[in-house]
Design a protein around this ligand. Structure first.
Ligand code: IMP
Ligand code: MG
Length: 177
């Protein structure tokens, strides 16, 4: 299926079933590693809200979830302009924090978030992302939990946007020019 999002065309790429299976597999790994650590899940807004919502409902152990906002992306090109975490309202000192991202592309965003969290005194940082573009990722930071690896194509849906549009699409579509 092909559909228009803003001014570009996108085609079906990952079905709801493929996404759900991948999220379940990651949830299982997170549970095995962190069920006794009372972790704080930190969703990175806006893109992670759908993934975070599905992920945490597959986790059956004591945890907190909180959301912060950073901004690094305009249109289809990364600007790498992350400077601060907005909306952090609980202390992270000595805590185990699981960063929940929609997608890791160049890794600029995640690198800056990790640095900011270290400055906040976090004890242990884990990273969970719905999508990773391994060919674009250039950083040394380990991405602990990757639901799905994808090529360097621009995708929308399941929380991911193109200039703010398409987040509500239930599955994932990729650019089709
Ligand atoms: P990075 O800093 O290059 O790793 O980019 C990370 C951010 O860019 C993500 O949190 C997304 O908001 C955005 N992004 C990267 N690739 C895509 C994509 O294919 N579709 C939608 N957003 C993307
Ligand atoms: Mg994002």
């Amino acid at each position: 299926m092909r559909q228009k999002v803003k001014d570009r065309y996108f085609k079906s790429y990952l079905s709801s079933k493929e996404i759900d299976d991948a999220v379940s597999a990651v949830a299982k790994r997170i549970t095995a590693d962190l069920k006794d650590e009372n972790p704080i899940f930190l969703g990175i807004l806006n893109g992670s809200f759908v993934f975070a919502s599905d992920l945490i409902r597959k986790l059956d152990f004591p945890m907190h979830i909180s959301f912060v906002k950073v901004a690094s992306y305009i249109g289809t090109r990364s600007t790498g302009g992350v400077t601060e975490l907005i909306g952090l309202n609980e202390s992270l000192i000595g805590e185990t924090v699981v960063i929940v991202e929609d997608i890791v592309d160049s890794g600029n965003t995640i690198e800056k978030i990790v640095k900011l969290l270290k400055d906040h005194g976090v004890k242990k940082i884990k990273i969970a992302t719905l999508l990773l573009k391994p060919n674009a990722y250039k950083k040394d930071i380990k991405i602990d939990y990757v639901a799905l690896e994808i090529p360097d194509d621009f995708v929308v849906g399941y929380g991911l946007d193109y200039d703010g549009w398409g987040r509500n699409i239930p599955s994932i579509y990729k650019i089709d020019d």
